[in-house]
Design a protein around this ligand. Structure first.
Ligand SMILES: NC(=O)c1ccc[n+]([C@@H]2O[C@H](COP(=O)([O-])OP(=O)(O)OC[C@H]3O[C@@H](n4cnc5c(N)ncnc54)[C@H](OP(=O)(O)O)[C@@H]3O)[C@@H](O)[C@H]2O)c1
Ligand SMILES: [Zn+2]
Length: 376
């Protein structure tokens, strides 16, 4: 199900806290960084905070720059992004600034919370998600019903932690502030629990005044049929690798990457790599991994094209090579057309062998790009 691109944004002290325990909100960012945050806000369709942040900070969550607001309007967007909050209890002050500034607001809650919020008369669209609140349906509702394609999440810790642990965050924008809080009662940025995968990918760092801005992306493949944000990154890479293939009139150009469960790249390859005129991408990649590597069992193979089910140039097709390597999950962009092989069903061979096959059709055009000349 489609959901928005989710960008987590937070400022944190050197000792990992989001705030102190005083009544006033602790200012962690520099003035120049507040302007960067304003720019990010202006670029999104929705801004979400948890109910805890509304209760603690009473934020307005506006785009402050008139120029940025004017640019939004000129681009046909609402002047302000949709403001979104999440509360199981419905315990929110109807007088909070959140409801009375900016543009449209929506609060996601439970049946119980909805009753309470409606009774209190909050100035927002109140959406109940039933007895309990789940992030996937919430994000799908934001996407499908409210048209949110990019969502900025501005905390607090409870919300950030859940979105990361449930593999729903596409990006983390973090500002490290040069101060200490030193109070174990203060809220931490990330709580305890199971985080998927190993190290995140650092994609950008910048000094902004006296703070350091960092941008990270998760790296861990999804589990089973559930696609993770990192699945998109790795499949995009596979599509990019396909562009390296020596051109051919008789075979597809394909890229492939093998990634361990903790997000470590084990190998990559592409069709006709290294001057071998018949080698396939998945085959080229798998040949670079030691067959005894225990990480293969939990690995995912990303291939821009569905792995082949039959081929004349080698004894084993790629679907078989993947199963024989012990890999149980394949993510691909595009089903093999009948151009060279009638009714090839690599996905069927993989599924019959117990592997999970995930297709991300949003990458199909990208995967076809280096193969246009073969597709008529
Ligand atoms: N430094 C920064 O960048 C930054 C940014 C934002 C916030 N903060 C700080 O973070 C602190 C607040 O963080 P927090 O962790 O206490 O609160 P939070 O994450 O803002 O909100 C947590 C609340 O959201 C609701 N919620 C979250 N997930 C839910 C779920 N799955 N089901 C139902 N309800 C759910 C619950 O509301 P109910 O209790 O109403 O059910 C929960 O108590 C404040 O001190 C604030 O200053 C700092
Ligand atoms: Zn193949």
């Amino acid at each position: 199900m489609p959901r928005p691109y989710v960008l987590l944004s937070a400022a944190v002290s050197l000792d990992g806290y989001l705030d102190d325990t005083g009544p006033e909100r602790l200012l962690l960012s520099s003035p120049a960084d507040f302007d960067r945050v304003d720019e990010v806000r202006a670029s999104v369709d929705g801004i979400l905070v948890g109910a805890g942040t509304i209760r603690a900070d009473n934020p307005r969550l506006l785009v402050n720059s008139p120029e940025r607001r004017a640019a939004r309007v000129a681009a046909g967007k609402p002047e302000y992004p949709l403001k979104v909050t999440v509360s199981g209890s419905g315990d929110l002050d109807p007088g909070a600034q959140f409801w009375h500034t900016g543009g449209e607001k929506v609060v996601y809650t439970t049946d119980k919370g909805a009753e309470r919020l409606r009774r209190a008369g909050v100035a927002a669209d109140v959406v109940s998600l039933g007895a309990a609140l789940d992030w996937r349906p919430l994000l799908e509702h934001l996407h499908d019903v409210r048209g949110v394609r990019r969502l900025m999440v501005e905390g607090g810790g409870a919300v950030h932690t859940q979105l990361l642990q449930q593999e729903l965050a596409d990006e983390l924008q973090l500002v490290l502030a040069p101060l200490f809080v030193g109070d174990p009662e203060a809220p931490r940025l990330f709580g305890a629990g199971a985080y998927q995968g190993g190290r995140l990918r650092l994609v950008e760092t910048r000094a902004i005044g006296d703070v350091v801005f960092m941008r990270y992306e998760p790296t861990a493949p999804g589990t089973g049929s559930l696609a993770s944000p990192a699945d998109r990154h790795w499949l995009r890479l596979a599509c990019e690798l396909a562009a390296h293939c020596p051109p051919s009139r008789t075979a597809f150009s394909v890229g492939a990457v093998v990634v361990a469960a903790d997000g470590t790249e084990l190998a990559r390859g592409y069709s006709r790599e290294g001057g071998d005129p018949v080698v396939h991408a998945e085959e080229a990649a798998l040949a670079k991994v030691d067959p005894a590597d225990p990480r293969l069992a939990g690995a995912t193979v990303y291939s821009s094209l569905e792995p082949c089910a039959r081929r004349s140039s080698r004894p084993r097709p790629c679907a078989r090579l993947i199963l024989d390597a012990g890999v149980g999950r394949v993510v691909t962009a595009w089903q093999e057309p009948d151009t060279f092989v009638e009714g090839a069903d690599g996905a069927g061979v993989l599924a019959a062998g117990g592997a999970e096959v995930v297709v991300l059709p949003e990458f199909e055009e990208r995967a076809k790009e280096p193969n246009r000349h073969l597709l008529g």
